[in-house]
Design a protein around this ligand. Structure first.
Ligand SMILES: [Zn+2]
Length: 133
């Protein structure tokens, strides 16, 4: 059986059907943050860890016509990047799955796994967003 592991356990969990982004929240200011912070940047008070929503709305996107950093497939056409607004008020910078024609600003997106590397018993993954249709 292949085990899935997060490429960066400080940023997200990878033990469920979809990635879970790990953020912080300041209750005093009712603000959430991603990635996690040690203190609130508004009041400099304490924050606590929270798990953020797995869906959001596409705010903006671009298609990068170059191989993704670290990818060995140099003939790849490129990759999508975007900003997704989560219900907690957090705007996440992310890669996007699919083709530019499938991305629409204002539409619902969901977190998905993006495989970085696979060995005999371990799949190392990053998170990405894909249209939620
Ligand atoms: Zn605060």
């Amino acid at each position: 059986m292949t085990e899935r592991q997060s490429a960066d356990p400080e940023l997200f969990r990878a033990d469920g059907d979809a990635p879970v982004l790990l953020g912080s929240r300041c209750d005093k200011d009712a603000q959430s943050f991603y990635p996690r912070r040690w203190t609130c940047p508004i009041c400099l008070g304490p924050v606590h860890d929270v798990e953020l929503s797995q869906t959001g709305v596409l705010y903006s996107y671009a298609f990068i016509h170059a191989p993704m950093f670290g990818k060995s497939q140099l003939d790849a056409e490129g990759y999508g990047v975007g900003q997704v607004d989560l219900p907690e008020g957090v705007r996440v910078q992310t890669t996007l799955e699919g083709e530019p024609a499938s991305w629409r600003i204002g539409e619902k997106m969901r977190l998905v796994y993006s495989t970085v590397e696979t060995s005999d018993d371990t799949e190392t993954v990053l998170y990405s967003f894909a249209p939620d249709r």
